[in-house]
Design a protein around this ligand. Structure first.
Ligand SMILES: Nc1ncnc2c1ncn2[C@@H]1O[C@H](COP(=O)(O)OP(=O)(O)O)[C@@H](O)[C@H]1O
Ligand SMILES: [Mg+2]
Length: 187
């Protein structure tokens, strides 16, 4: 059997905030094609780990290897352009822009292997709005969406960036059972 490729590896990752160690020596390997879950109660350090992997927070010690190279110290946008994309637990749309415009931004500034024109970005955004079940709301302003739709928009923006790996941070948190069932069916 061919050896499976490791796409993302955390090596003894530690994050210290003032007086508080949020992550201590966290190591993991994500293999190509694998879905890896991270569980733990509130405050366990899940978001902090995502923040270190995506360059949103500096790493106190340890390393992140993505596609055979260290990405430690790179800026979030540089990491994003390498195809490692994350979503935010506390959703971060551009509030005054429409759903479609928000998704287009993901398409336009995503992975660096292809630069999308504004027309191509819009086409890609339409396709993804449909895929995540936001077609009916595509012209709504992002700040007018309910939380379930905002969470879908987070996923849409991430997918529009043509990721190689997506780090989903609590995409279902805050949704009721019906909304979760509906989101799971959509994907
Ligand atoms: N920017 C920060 N500054 C100081 N403490 C933080 C910061 N971010 C998270 N923490 C603390 O780190 C711990 C882990 O938080 P977090 O990673 O958000 O956990 P989880 O996502 O698993 O709920 C918590 O005690 C939290 O208060
Ligand atoms: Mg969290």
């Amino acid at each position: 059997m061919a050896e499976r490729k490791v796409v993302l590896e955390g090596k003894e990752l530690t994050k210290d905030f003032k007086g508080l160690r949020a992550n201590e020596n966290v190591s993991f390997k994500l293999f190509e094609g694998e879905i890896l879950g991270l569980i733990g109660p509130n405050g366990a350090g899940k978001t902090t780990l995502v923040n270190m992997l995506s360059g949103t927070l500096s790493i106190t010690s340890g390393d992140v290897i993505y596609n055979d190279r260290s990405i430690k110290g790179l800026k979030p946008y540089q990491i994003g352009r390498l195809g490692l994309i994350r979503t935010y637990q506390i959703v971060k749309p551009f509030p005054g822009m429409s759903v479609l415009e928000n998704i287009s931004v993901g398409a336009m500034f995503g992975s660096k292997d292809k630069v999308y024109s504004s027309k191509e970005s819009k086409e890609k955004a339409e396709e993804i709005a449909d895929f995540v079940g936001l077609s009916d709301l595509k012209n709504q302003r992002a700040d007018q969406l309910n939380i379930a739709a905002k969470k879908r928009l987070e996923i849409a923006k991430a997918l529009a960036a043509r990721p190689n790996v997506v780090l989903f941070d609590e995409v279902m948190a805050g949704l009721n059972h019906k909304e979760i069932d509906s989101a799971v069916q959509a994907y």
